[in-house]
Design a protein. Structure first.
Length: 179
């Protein structure tokens, strides 16, 4: 049973009561950046929220929350721009509470060939490097969306451990041959 598994990991079911308590809040990238800047963290307003920033936002919360509406240019050329809000990407991060940081990142994907080439050039990518991908886009790829979950990040959150290396079977630690 789940309570027994949690106990075996040194956690209790009540540790996750806030996680299960309804819908998660959504903060825009602009709102997250404003909070970080107000706290003295030097977050680039046009960039991805850095690891320290994610951790600071995460420490402020008892529940997971989403950050969405990242600005164009802050993420990959393949993230779709919102057609009704130029300059805003249709993507998100799910941030765990208590300092654990990002668990999931996702977005809608751009499928239009011309837009992909333009976005590659805008972001400094060489379209020739992605010829195989652009060939597929030219022939027509369906609109899609998806997300990636950091399994080790999730396990770290569930177990309450302090660092990712603690949940890795074979951690890479600077200067260490054995964990």
């Amino acid at each position: 049973a789940v309570p027994d598994l949690l106990t075996g990991l040194g956690r209790q079911e009540r540790d996750f009561a806030d996680v299960r308590a309804g819908k998660y809040d959504v903060r825009t990238h602009d709102e997250a950046v404003a909070r970080l800047l107000a706290s003295g963290h030097p977050q680039n307003p046009d960039g991805e929220i850095d690891w320290t920033g994610e951790r600071l936002l995460s420490l402020e919360s008892d529940r997971p929350f989403f950050v969405d509406d990242y600005p164009k240019g802050s993420r990959g050329f393949y993230d779709r721009e919102d057609p009704e809000r130029p300059g805003v990407l249709r993507n998100f991060d799910l941030i765990a509470p208590h300092g654990y940081g990002e668990l999931v990142s996702g977005s809608e994907r751009e499928s239009d060939y011309a837009t992909l080439v333009t976005r590659m050039r805008e972001s400094g990518e060489n379209p020739a490097k992605y010829a195989w991908y652009l060939k597929e886009a030219r022939e027509g790829i369906p609109a899609s969306a998806g997300f990636g979950m950091g399994l080790q990040r999730l396990v770290r959150f569930l177990t309450g451990l302090d660092a990712l290396w603690q949940v890795s079977a074979y951690p890479k630690l600077p200067g260490a041959v054995t964990p």
